[in-house]
Design a protein around this ligand. Structure first.
Ligand code: UDP
Length: 405
């Protein structure tokens, strides 16, 4: 398998740190870019860490050049469905606008491969198991931001990607050599590059081979060179869960909103946990989700990167287990594993939630040879319990250190 230099945005997050770790373990060179906006720590893995936003074009451009990046795994995003309903602009700004900037910088620097973490939240009213072609009618602003980015990436792959490098631009005498990017970087500052980019967006003729002296063949070969030059893999994650406690990787959202960590903490601390909605059209009235181990998700990135690079094809894959569990079933299983009853508070539905999200994953299995090996509910929950227990132990240790000091 060839080795690549990969930028993982959001690589200090829950899924991002697993993905970055998997890439590093597979022998790829990994650079993490993360704002640490939720107070996370850079993961202790074999990767370079840079604090910052993917919206910061000069910073990203610098990383692309310095690390010779050829692939971006874009996971940086706000994820909480309920919050996205209350504060949609925050989500559009962070999830969509920042990605526009990232894609522009990728185009400028000729970084042609992207793995994007989308979500099952893009699907419309769930009528059964969801395959990739199911209608996309997201129920929340969060889902809509993910779908918007999917569209952007697909549009860029179908259009002309590295437009500022095109020799067709009449105002840039850069030639069509592979060093045009370097020449461009030398000649233009960031403001100028931005202007060139926007000019190209406003005036498509600037990129359609209108330069005097270009033959029809030139134009055709240029089109071939520039068209479809962005390769993408879009993953629609179902409910990422579990942890890798031995590596110190797991869920640490602030504030935590996800069912499994909240439940484990509530059971550990004799606190109550809310069930959001008990009147859904499901057998026990609570929502059904497809929980997939985060390390299985990470592994899919390794397989997909190899597949994308080898075949030059772009794809969308669901990542789930094809099995759904209701909120009540998760509670029951945790009570058994933790040998303790949970204190439950029945609450109204949470805004933006849908009754059932269960994946069809035939495509990832057949195309990538992927399987959710570690995603039995027992393994997911056991790893999550171990992770939460380790965190509690860590807290107690640092408390006792502080007292003894
Ligand atoms: N849920 C719940 N109580 C909580 C957190 C979540 O009942 O404290 C429900 C939520 O309404 C959804 C399911 O558990 O039906 C999974 O929610 P989670 O936030 O873990 O993931 P999401 O499906 O929103 O990505």
């Amino acid at each position: 398998m060839e080795k690549y230099s990969i930028l993982v945005t959001g690589g200090a997050g829950y899924i991002g740190s697993h993905v970055a770790n998997a890439f590093a373990k597979a022998g790829h060179r990994v650079t993490i870019l993360d704002t640490l906006v939720y107070g996370q720590q850079p993961p202790r893995i074999n990767a370079k860490f840079i604090k910052g936003s993917c919206a910061n074009s000069p910073l990203v451009e610098n990383i692309f050049k310095k690390e010779n990046i050829d692939t971006v795994a874009h996971l940086a995003a706000f994820i909480e469905v309920g919050e996205s309903v209350k504060n949609p602009l925050k989500f559009y700004d962070n999830n969509v606008s920042a990605t526009v900037n990232l894609l522009k910088t990728m185009a400028l620097c000729n970084v042609k491969n992207i793995l994007f973490s989308s979500s099952c939240a893009v699907y419309g009213p769930p009528q059964g198991p969801l395959c990739e072609t199911h209608a996309k009618i997201p129920a929340s602003p969060y889902g809509r931001t993910k779908l918007a980015v999917e569209w952007m990436i697909k549009d860029m792959a179908n259009g002309i990607f590295n437009i500022v490098q095109s020799s067709c631009h009449p105002r840039l005498d850069l030639g069509s050599s592979s060093t045009s990017q370097e020449k461009l970087s030398l000649k233009l500052n960031n403001k100028q590059k931005e202007k060139v980019f926007l000019d190209c967006l406003r005036e498509p003729r600037l990129i359609s081979g209108s330069k005097a002296g270009m033959t029809k063949e030139n134009i055709e070969s240029e089109k071939k060179l520039t068209k479809n030059s962005l390769n993408y893999t879009i993953f629609r994650y179902f409910n990422a869960a579990g942890a890798t406690p031995k590596q110190g990787l797991g869920e640490k959202h602030v504030p935590e909103t996800h069912l499994i960590p909240l439940l484990i903490r509530a059971i550990q601390n004799n606190k109550s946990v809310k069930i959001f909605g008990t009147n859904y059209k499901t057998p026990d009235g609570t929502c059904i989700r497809d929980y997939v181990h985060v390390s299985d998700i990470a592994n899919a990135h390794i397989l997909a990167l190899d597949f994308m690079q080898r075949t030059g094809t772009s794809n969308i894959f669901n990542l789930g287990t094809e099995k759904g569990f209701s909120v009540k079933e998760i509670i029951n299983e945790l009570e058994i594993l933790m040998n303790k009853k949970a204190l439950i508070k029945l609450c109204p539905r949470r805004a933006g939630d849908v009754s059932k999200l269960v994946a069809v994953t035939t495509k990832a299995k057949e195309t990538l040879g992927w399987n959710a090996h570690r995603s039995s509910l027992k393994e997911i929950l056991s790893d999550a319990i171990e992770w939460e227990q380790n965190k509690t132990l860590e807290k107690l240790k640092s408390l006792s250190r502080a007292i003894h000091f």
